[in-house]
Design a protein around this ligand. Sequence first.
Ligand code: ADP
Ligand code: TRP
Length: 353
Amino acid sequence: MSKEIVLSGIRPTGNLHLGNYYGALSKFVRIQNDYDCNFFIADLHALTTNPDPTQLHASVKTILAEYLAAGIDPDKATIFVQSDVPEIAEMYLLLNMHVGIGELMRTTAFKDKARKALGITATDENDEQIEREIIGNETNKRVNAGLLTYPTLMAVDILIQKATKVPVGKDQLQHLELTRRFARRFNSFYGVDFFPEPYDFDFGGAPVKVPGLDGSGKMGKSEGNCIYLIDEPKVLRKKVMRAVTDEGPQTPNSPMSEPIANLFSLLELTSTPEVVKHFREAYADCSIRYGDLKKQLAEDILAVTTPIRDRINDILGNEDYMRKVLAQGAEKARERASKTLADVREIMGIRKF
Ligand code: ADP
Ligand code: TRP
């Protein structure tokens, strides 16, 4: 039986952090034997926010090196760059004929990005203000058409590979919902049973949430609270030693504040059960010294990241290898993409004779 098709993409907008590693990458590595895995770098999606070209060039390279260094095996999974598959761009044009401007404008991610670009504060009621600003103000070129049609492009990434399992973060579930809607709409408009409907990948168990070091919330690129896989030991130690704590437990078995619970979450991800137990007991009997906890945590994180960091640097020094991986990946990705595109063209009535 053929394996189920898994696809996931990441925008090349910076280095990968521990959240990406535990929340996504390490899981990708785990499933690459059992599924037909496709992991790609969404450089066309990155263009929607008009990045600096030099940075974009560099970022595609580092993300590729980080994927490989984390253990994604190019002989098991297909690793490619979105723009290396021109079929995606053509199908994006075709699918857009079946996508409504209204439904795109109502997408949460679009509204957030448009608000940011327009300098409008977020409320539930300012949708009309966004519309007025976009339509009425010619100077607001930052809300570009690519940003609006972001979900079409993402749907094409998925549908062109006929992927059915798409591991994504919570913020991307709405895009996945739209993808299913577009697939159903296409199938019913043309009376075909062509696109399968993709769903989020359920890895089983509770989803991992890697917290930041700033006391609350999750680790994230835009929060500025990240430990990067590529961080030098000195930088990493400093970040951990500076993590927010509290004044310490005053009475035995007192409840934990969020910053301390976050440190324990990180410890649980990276340390041995014995180490975790030791510090939990020390917290419970009020003998804990947060400095010791942080020192231990920094070393345990380093034990995870150092081998990855070494491999990242090796791979970055070997451009021939990276080029080979991407050429092989593009070839595999294009094989299925060109077949789907040819069928879509025919279904939609593009000249055949
Ligand atoms: P960021 O929030 O830094 O911009 P992305 O949204 O690009 O990261 O996330 C890429 C992948 O990494 C997603 O699958 C997401 O679920 C996962 N991820 C990101 N941050 C975390 C986190 N703090 N904990 C768990 N998973 C995370
Ligand atoms: N939009 C996704 C993000 O910002 C990245 C992405 C683009 C993607 N195309 C995709 C993810 C296809 C999964 C499948 O994180």
